[in-house]
Design a protein. Structure first.
Length: 161
């Protein structure tokens, strides 16, 4: 169910043509019209695209850099190279969730499924015994649930091309 901010107190100036909207009403309009969990994904993608990945790529020392794709851990310069497609994915996710673009379905679900499988594979590769399975399945389940939710959210992404 989408969050509706229409019932909250709004400035009477909002309805007046030619007037500048308040900062809070502009902020509300960004998050209006989509479910809260999709808003959370949009904010996460924005954080990754505009704060974390630029820091990770340009500031973090190469020796400390690690990236995981499909459950395979890469380090050093390989990790720096792997950050570029991550950056593109999160930037596209931010824009796609913000504008609820139709191309986000099924690609958001496909990428999240890759994360779910990658979490399972990474745990099984990095750890041994029962803890590998506990950690792998424990991290697989939430991402698999998110994948399912994104897959079922097709109707939310039918609004635009």
């Amino acid at each position: 169910m989408p969050i509706r901010f229409a019932g909250l107190a709004q400035s009477p100036r909002r309805a007046t043509p030619g007037r500048v909207r308040s900062r809070s009403s502009r902020l509300r309009s960004i998050f209006d019209g989509r479910p809260i969990w999709i808003n959370a994904l949009m904010v996460f993608c924005g954080y990754m695209a505009f704060i974390y990945l630029p820091w990770d790529l340009f500031v973090k020392p190469v020796a400390d850099d690690h990236e995981v794709w499909f459950g395979i851990l890469v380090s050093g310069w390989a990790a720096k190279a792997a950050e570029i497609p991550h950056w593109a994915v999160y930037a596209a996710g931010t824009f796609g969730f913000w504008r609820m673009r139709s191309w986000m379905w099924p690609w958001a679900a496909v990428y999240t499924a890759q994360i779910a499988v990658g979490m399972l594979v990474w745990n099984l590769r990095e750890f041994e015994g029962a803890w590998a399975w506990i950690g792998g399945v424990g991290s697989f389940i939430p991402f698999a649930a998110l994948t399912y939710a994104l897959w079922k959210a097709r109707s939310h992404f039918q609004r635009s091309v």
